[in-house]
Design a protein around this ligand. Structure first.
Ligand code: EPU
Length: 337
């Protein structure tokens, strides 16, 4: 374990923003993590996982800890199910592929989500009708202040839509080092309700899909709509989909009878931020070397060499325009640092 000085973080964030960290440490074990934390205790720290949910707007005068803890092991199993433990530095999609190779079901709808295992619980990653919380058993996290490892069950994590305790009261206090996930070994429950999945399977002529077929359908849908971060820098959905009151929704529907929506409760409706941003005229807009993706208005992109602060200014412009036009507040899903 060695602390390096003035390291560019460009290779480590999917937006591809070129900022420097004053101190950087690549971590391969829990012991390394603890001695790294001990070595410069007075410094602020930033934890870097897959770098897929952050927008870096300035150089970081702190210790950036790059968590590279890796291994996937079966912890418990019976005839029907298995509990798998994956360490924080495993790439999420590689983990999904490992599950599919073993015919373990539950995470196929979450195929191709960028990022690492360790960040999945922080924002309760989700796509196509499934969220991490549906398969999550527990996670281990190191408390930064005491250096003690604690176990959090699903209820401890207080999961919500792209939300958990690690984004709220425990923000900045814990480093997730492993996650236990429960998967089915047979009679897999398929989640096909998300319209696009059914259409995609139909298009491929698949009548009784396997979990691998579902994964391939999700991959095809994502590749169609979402830019590949290896080619165009991005961080997936930049904003969360806002939840609004029924009254506000009715006012919106009076003007736009085609507004897509999902009922959350008797009094609340979720509307897609991508739709609002498209209606506000930003879809596909390019400003110099950054902009809004042409196929999905929720995704902000770096065409190469963009500054994080410019992308952030664009995000603020989008937010204020949506507020002015629709009286709806949209909040970033990514961490702006
Ligand atoms: N829409 C538009 N214009 C756009 C984008 C979307 O009109 O530019 C409309 C679509 O036509 C559709 C609705 O908005 O009627 C919803 O779009 P979509 O199904 O693409 O999903 P989303 O709400 O935009 C969410 C997640 C994605 C996830 C998909 C599929 C959030 C913030 N985003 O996007 O997650 O893949 O559902 O489940 O909840 C991510 O978090 O990084 C991410 C990509």
């Amino acid at each position: 374990m060695k602390i390096q000085k003035n390291i560019s973080l460009k290779p480590f964030n999917t937006f591809g923003i070129d900022v420097n960290a004053s101190n950087y440490c690549d971590i391969r074990s829990n012991d390394e993590l603890i001695s790294c934390l001990d070595s410069i205790p007075e410094k602020e720290i930033v934890i870097l996982g897959g770098g897929s949910n952050m927008l870096l707007t300035k150089d970081i005068d702190a210790l950036v800890i790059h968590l590279n803890l890796k291994s996937i092991t079966v912890e418990e199993e019976n005839d029907d199910s298995v509990i798998v433990k994956a360490l924080a530095g495993e790439n999420w999609h590689e983990f999904v592929l490992w599950c599919l190779d073993n015919d373990f079901g539950g995470v196929e709808n979450l195929s191709l989500i960028p990022g690492n295992i360790g960040t999945a619980p922080i924002q309760n990653i989700g796509a196509y009708g499934v969220e991490l919380k549906d398969v999550f058993v527990s996670c281990e996290a190191l408390e930064i202040e005491t250096k003690q490892i604690k176990t959090f069950t699903a209820s401890d994590c207080q999961f919500g839509y792209r939300d958990s305790i690690f984004k709220n009261s425990h923000k900045g206090k814990y480093i997730i080092i492993s996650v236990n996930i429960k998967l089915s070994k047979k009679n897999h429950t398929l989640h096909l309700d998300y319209g696009a999945i059914k259409d995609q399977l139909k298009e491929s002529g698949i009548l009784s899909p396997t979990i691998k077929d579902v994964s391939e359908a999700v991959i095809a849908i994502r590749q169609n709509k979402l830019p590949d971060p290896k080619k165009i820098g991005n961080s997936g959905s930049f904003f969360k989909n806002p939840v609004i009151s029924v009254e506000l929704f009715k006012a919106l529907q009076n003007n736009f009878d085609d507004v897509p929506h999902y009922k959350i409760s008797e009094s609340e409706i979720k509307v897609p931020a991508g739709w609002l941003i498209e209606k506000a005229g930003f879809k596909g807009k390019r400003f110099n070397n950054y902009g809004v993706h042409k196929n999905q208005a929720l995704v902000l992109v770096n065409y190469g060499g963009a500054k994080g602060e410019d992308i952030y200014k664009l995000a603020l412009l989008i937010k204020s325009t949506v507020k002015r036009l629709f009286n709806i507040d949209i909040e970033p899903e990514v961490n702006v640092i």
